[in-house]
Design a protein around this ligand. Structure first.
Ligand code: PRX
Length: 645
C-alpha cells in the first residue's frame, strides 16, 4: 500500500481552510477524549435550538439504544431556512439545472422559505400531522426540496423513494412505512427520455389501501391519468395556500426521515434518522469535509432518492446557508461534457460525485473535459464505492487540473454523514484511500472473531462509539436494527465493509463483506434480485453475485436453475430481466444470466457464493477448497457453461 503516490496538502488550500493538519489532530483528540463536551460545543455552533438539551448522549450498542441531545428542541426547516432570512434571504439557496441545458432556475432562501411554508400548509390541509409518514417519489426538481422541507416543518416523516424504482418497489416502501400521502411528478426527464412517474405511482397506489392522497407536480405537462377522488394538483393547491406556517417544535430524537436501503437479507429496510443529531452531523461534515465557505457554489450530483442527496444536496448545505445545485440530468446528455459545462455555467467551486460517473466519463476521453474551463473548481469529492487509483488520478489531473484536492468520503445510508475522509486543508492524499476518521469517529478493524486488530491490519470495519448522525432504528423493526448492525461483533457497529489500515493509519475500504453489491454506486442486496428471479414459474432457484466491472464497479451475475423439463432459451432470459425491472428497477438488471443445472452447495445445503463469485469473475484458476461441496461435479458444469458465455 505504501508504494502509492502521496499528494501532500496544498499550502494555498490549507491557508484558507477551516481546518489545517494541526487543528485536525487537536480537535480529533478532543472529540475522542471528551465526546460530550465536543459535540455539545458543535451543536451550539451549528444549530439553532428552541430549547437546549439536558443530556448530550445516552448510548448502548448492545440494545441499539442511541439518543443524542436528549430533551433538546428544534426544527430542521427553521435551521435550513428561517434563520438565514435576515442575513442571506436574497442569496441563492438552490440552483436548479434541468435535464436539458436550456432549462435552469434559481431560488433564493426567501423564495424557498415561502414555498416550503405554503406546501407545509397544503400538507396540513390534507390532514398530515406530526409523526405521519409522507412518501416522496420525485425527480431532481426544486419542488422535491420544497416537499422535503415542508415535511420537516410540520414534523411529518418523509420517506423518499428514488425515481428510478419500479411501481412494485414503490408500493413495498409505501406499505412498510404506512404512508397515507404520496407526492409525485407527472413525468420526469432523464437523459432526454421521459420517465412515466405518475403511471408508476398510480400502479403502486392502487395496491396501497391506506394511501388516500396523491399530490402531483406538473413537470413535463403532458397528459396523464387522473383520479379526482385521490389526486391533487400541486400548483392549484399552492395557489391557495397561505405562506404563513409556524414550525412544529420537534424533539432532537423525533424522526426526521426514513430511507430504505438494501441489506444482505430480506426486504430493504427503513433506515430511521432523527432530527438533532442527523442535522448537526450533516451540516458539520458538509462544512469541514468540503471546506465550504460563504459564497461558494456547491454541487453534489447525487439524487435525492439516496442518502447522499439527503445529507449533501439538501440538509447539510442548506443548514449552512450554502448555494446548492440540483441537477436533474445525467453526465452524458446531451454530451459527455455536461458536468463540466454545468460547472462553467454556474461557476461551481465544490463538486461531489461518484466513481462510476468518473470512470464512465474517463472512458469517453479527455477531450470532453479539456474543452471546458473548470477554473472555478476548488474541491472535488467522491462517494459511493471505492475509487480505483486510475480513476482518482484522472479526476485529479484531468478534471481538477492538479489544483483541487479530492475528498474520498466513506459512509453509508446508516451513518447519516461522512465518517472516513480527508479534509482538504489537513490531510495528505493517497489515491484510493478514504484516509482518516472525521471528528468523533472511532473506526477499528476486527478479525472474523471480533478481535480488534492494531497497527497495519485488514479485516472487518467497525465503529466503536456512537456519533450524532447514526441511524436510530429500522422503521417498525428494532430487533432487525440490533441483529443487522450490533450482533456480529457485540458492542460494535458493524458496517458490512472490509478495510485495510496502512502504516500511516489510513483506511482503504475494500468493499462489502456481506451479500450486498454496489452497482454504479447503487446498493443492492443479492437476495432481493434472487427473490425477483424465483418469481418466474420456470425458475427453481437463483443465486446472484457481483463481479468486477470496469465502469459500474460491480456488475450483476445471476445463476439460474430452471425447473425440470424447462429448456433454457433467450426469451426466458428476457422475461427474467423484465421481471427484475418490474420488481425492483432497471438498476438491478443482471449483466449476465447463466443457466445453472445445479448450484454449488455444502452438505448442509448452503450455497457456496465464494465459488460463484470466482466463476463470475472468471477467476477460475484458484477456486479454493471445494472439498465440502455436496456435489463437486456441479462446479465443472458451471465452468463449462461459463466458458460458453
Ligand atoms: O460499501 C460502502 C460503499 O457504499 C456503501 C454504502 O452504500 P449506501 O448506503 O448506498 O451509501 C452510499 C453513499 C454514502 C458502503 O457500505 N461506499 C460508500 N462510500 C465509499 C464506499 N466504499 C468505498 N469508498 C467510499 N468512499
Amino acid at each position: 500500500m505504501s508504494e502509492h503516490h502521496l499528494y501532500p496538502v496544498k499550502p494555498e488550500i490549507a491557508a484558507m481552510a477551516h481546518i489545517d493538519a494541526d487543528q485536525y489532530h487537536r480537535l480529533y483528540r478532543q472529540s475522542i477524549s471528551d465526546p460530550e463536551g465536543f459535540w455539545a460545543e458543535q451543536a451550539r455552533q451549528f444549530l439553532d435550538w428552541e430549547q437546549p438539551w439536558q443530556q448530550v448522549l445516552q448510548c448502548d450498542f448492545l440494545n441499539g439504544d442511541i439518543h443524542w441531545f436528549m430533551g433538546g428542541k428544534l426544527n430542521a426547516s427553521v435551521n435550513c431556512l428561517d434563520r438565514h432570512l435576515d442575513t442571506r434571504g436574497d442569496q441563492i439557496a438552490i440552483i436548479w439545472e434541468g435535464d436539458h441545458p436550456d432549462y435552469d432556475a434559481k431560488l433564493t432562501y426567501r423564495e424557498l422559505h415561502r414555498e416550503v411554508c405554503k406546501f407545509a400548509n397544503v400538507l396540513k390541509a390534507q390532514g398530515v400531522r406530526k409523526g405521519d409518514r409522507v412518501c416522496i417519489y420525485l425527480p431532481m426538481i426544486s419542488e422535491a426540496a420544497v416537499a422535503i422541507l415542508a415535511c420537516a416543518r410540520i414534523g411529518a416523516v418523509h420517506s423518499i423513494v428514488f425515481g428510478g424504482f419500479s411501481a412494485d418497489a414503490l408500493r413495498d416502501r409505501i406499505l412498510d412505512a404506512d404512508c397515507r400521502l404520496l407526492i409525485c411528478a407527472d413525468e420526469s426527464y432523464r437523459g432526454g427520455k421521459i420517465v412515466p412517474a405518475k403511471i408508476n405511482a398510480d400502479k403502486a397506489a392502487a395496491q396501497c389501501p391506506n394511501l388516500t392522497t396523491v399530490i402531483v407536480i406538473k413537470h413535463t405537462g403532458h397528459a396523464i391519468p387522473w383520479h379526482p377522488e385521490r389526486d391533487i394538483c400541486y400548483r392549484a393547491a399552492m395557489a391557495e395556500a397561505s405562506a404563513d406556517c409556524p414550525p412544529e417544535t420537534m424533539d432532537a430524537e423525533d424522526p426526521l426521515f426514513i430511507l430504505y436501503t438494501s441489506g444482505s437479507t430480506g426486504k430493504p429496510k427503513g433506515v430511521l434518522h432523527t432530527t438533532g443529531g442527523y442535522l448537526l452531523y450533516a451540516a458539520m461534515t458538509h462544512k469541514y469535509v468540503f471546506d465550504y465557505h460563504d459564497g461558494d457554489v456547491y454541487w453534489c450530483t447525487a439524487d435525492i432518492g439516496w442518502i447522499t442527496g439527503h445529507s449533501y444536496v439538501l440538509y447539510g448545505p442548506l443548514c449552512n446557508g450554502a448555494t446548492t445545485l440540483m441537477f436533474e440530468g445525467v453526465p452524458t446528455y446531451p454530451a459527455a461534457d455536461r458536468f463540466w459545462q454545468v460547472v462553467d455555467k454556474h461557476q461551481v467551486n465544490i463538486f461531489y460525485t461518484a466513481p462510476t460517473a468518473i470512470r464512465a466519463l474517463m472512458a469517453q476521453g479527455d477531450g470532453y473535459v479539456t474543452r471546458t474551463d473548470r477554473g472555478s473548481l476548488r474541491i472535488l469529492g467522491s462517494v459511493g464505492e471505492p475509487i480505483n487509483p486510475e480513476a482518482w488520478e484522472w479526476y485529479y489531473h484531468v478534471v481538477g487540473g492538479a489544483r483541487c484536492p479530492i475528498v474520498d468520503t466513506w459512509w453509508q445510508t446508516e451513518t447519516g454523514g461522512i465518517l472516513i475522509t480527508p479534509l482538504p486543508g489537513a490531510t495528505d492524499l493517497k489515491p484510493g484511500s478514504a484516509t482518516l476518521p472525521f471528528f468523533g469517529i472511532k473506526p477499528a478493524i476486527v478479525d472474523n472473531d471480533g478481535h480488534i486488530l492494531d497497527g497495519v491490519a485488514e479485516g472487518n470495519l467497525v465503529i466503536t462509539d456512537s456519533w450524532p448522525g447514526q441511524m436510530r432504528s429500522v422503521y417498525g423493526d428494532h430487533d432487525r436494527f440490533i441483529e443487522t448492525y450490533f450482533k456480529k461483533f457485540p458492542g460494535l457497529y458493524f458496517a458490512g465493509d472490509g478495510a485495510k489500515r496502512d502504516e500511516h493509519g489510513y483506511y482503504w475500504i475494500t468493499g462489502r463483506v456481506d451479500d450486498v453489491i454496489n452497482v454504479s454506486g447503487h446498493r443492492l442486496g443479492t437476495a432481493e434480485i434472487e427473490s425477483a428471479l424465483v418469481l418466474h414459474h420456470d425458475v427453481a432457484e437463483a443465486a446472484v453475485v457481483g463481479f468486477p466491472h470496469a465502469i459500474k464497479g460491480q456488475g450483476i451475475y445471476a445463476y439460474v436453475t430452471l425447473n425440470a423439463g424447462v429448456q433454457p432459451n433467450d426469451e426466458l432470459k428476457k422475461q427474467l430481466k423484465e421481471l427484475v425491472k418490474e420488481e425492483i428497477s432497471a438498476i438491478a438488471l443482471p449483466d449476465f444470466i447463466q443457466w445453472a443445472p445445479g448450484l454449488p452447495k455444502t452438505r448442509s445445503g448452503k450455497i457456496m457464493r465464494r465459488i460463484l463469485r470466482k466463476i463470475a469473475a472468471n477467476d477460475i484458476g484458484n477456486l479454493g477448497d471445494t472439498s465440502t461441496l455436496a456435489d463437486p461435479a456441479v462446479v465443472d458444469d458451471l465452468l463449462a457453461q461459463r466458458a460458453r458465455q
